[in-house]
Design a protein. Structure first.
Length: 120
């Protein structure tokens, strides 16, 4: 069983999102760059390779200082197999809408897992 000491260093919110989403969250104070220059956010645009998104997703889900990973749902769709395979409690993975792409609950992997668990 996990103890709280295992999670005490998880203090950051990481974000993979479009420019508007990242800008808003940075203005809200979620941005962090460590001494090595590692950021806890990735701005994705139409020219961002899927491999870059996948690499950021893998990095953020493996880091021990991240408690929550927010990802725009339309970007999660680009790496859906990786998102669907992710089943860890920490960092918690949350798919969020963007200004131009509304949230679709039928695509949300976490919501699907909850429904499956509840037999719905």
């Amino acid at each position: 069983m996990a103890t709280t000491t295992q999670y005490k260093d998880r203090t950051l919110i990481a974000t993979i999102g479009d420019e508007d989403t990242i800008t808003g969250l940075l203005l809200a104070g979620t941005g962090h760059v460590d001494a090595r220059g590692k950021k806890n956010f990735l701005v994705v645009d139409s020219k961002t390779p899927v491999s870059t998104i996948e690499a950021a997703f893998a990095e953020y889900t493996e880091r021990s200082d991240i408690a929550i990973l927010l990802i725009n749902q339309h970007i999660a769709d680009q790496i859906r197999p990786a998102v669907e395979k992710y089943h860890q409690a920490f960092p918690a993975l949350l798919e969020i809408p963007s200004k131009d792409h509304p949230y679709d609950p039928s695509k949300d992997s976490v919501l699907k897992a909850v429904k499956k668990h509840l037999g719905a």
